[in-house]
Design a protein around this ligand. Structure first.
Ligand code: CU
Length: 122
C-alpha cells in the first residue's frame, strides 16, 4: 500500500511537471543576435531563418547581445518600443512579448542607420 501511494504520488508529480513545461514552452521562440565578434550586424530569426513576417501572437524573445558597443531594441506600431539590452550589457536576455499587427524594426540604437531589421506582423 505504501509502495502504491508512492507510485501514485510520483505519477502525479511527473504529470504536473509535464504540464508546467508545456505551458512554459508554448510560445514560439524568436532569437535575436547583435554584435557577434563586434560586427555591425543585428538579426532576428524564427526557426533559424531571418524573420520577415510573423503571425500576431505571443513570442518569447531570446536576445544574445555579444558586444559592449551595441544594444538591442525593438520599435513596433503605435509608438511601442522595447529595449532588450543596454549598450554596455553583454549576455543573453529573455522576454515574452505580445506582438500585434503592424510593422516592426529591430535595431541597435547607437548605429540605427546601418544596424536594423524590419519585419511585419499580420
Ligand atoms: Cu551598434
Amino acid at each position: 500500500m505504501v509502495r502504491l501511494t508512492a507510485l501514485v504520488l510520483a505519477l502525479a508529480a511527473s504529470a504536473f511537471m509535464l504540464a508546467a513545461s508545456a505551458s512554459a514552452a508554448s510560445h514560439p521562440k524568436l532569437v535575436g543576435v547583435v554584435g557577434k565578434n563586434n560586427a555591425y550586424m543585428i538579426t532576428l530569426s524564427s526557426k533559424g531563418k531571418i524573420a520577415k513576417t510573423l503571425k500576431a501572437g505571443t513570442y518569447t524573445f531570446v536576445i544574445h547581445d555579444d558586444s559592449a558597443i551595441h544594444n538591442y531594441e525593438l520599435d513596433g506600431p503605435h509608438g511601442k518600443s522595447w529595449t532588450f539590452t543596454s549598450v554596455a550589457f553583454v549576455g543573453t536576455k529573455t522576454r515574452t512579448l505580445k506582438l500585434t499587427k503592424g510593422t516592426y524594426k529591430a535595431y541597435c540604437a547607437p548605429h540605427e542607420s546601418v544596424m536594423f531589421q524590419h519585419f511585419t506582423v499580420r
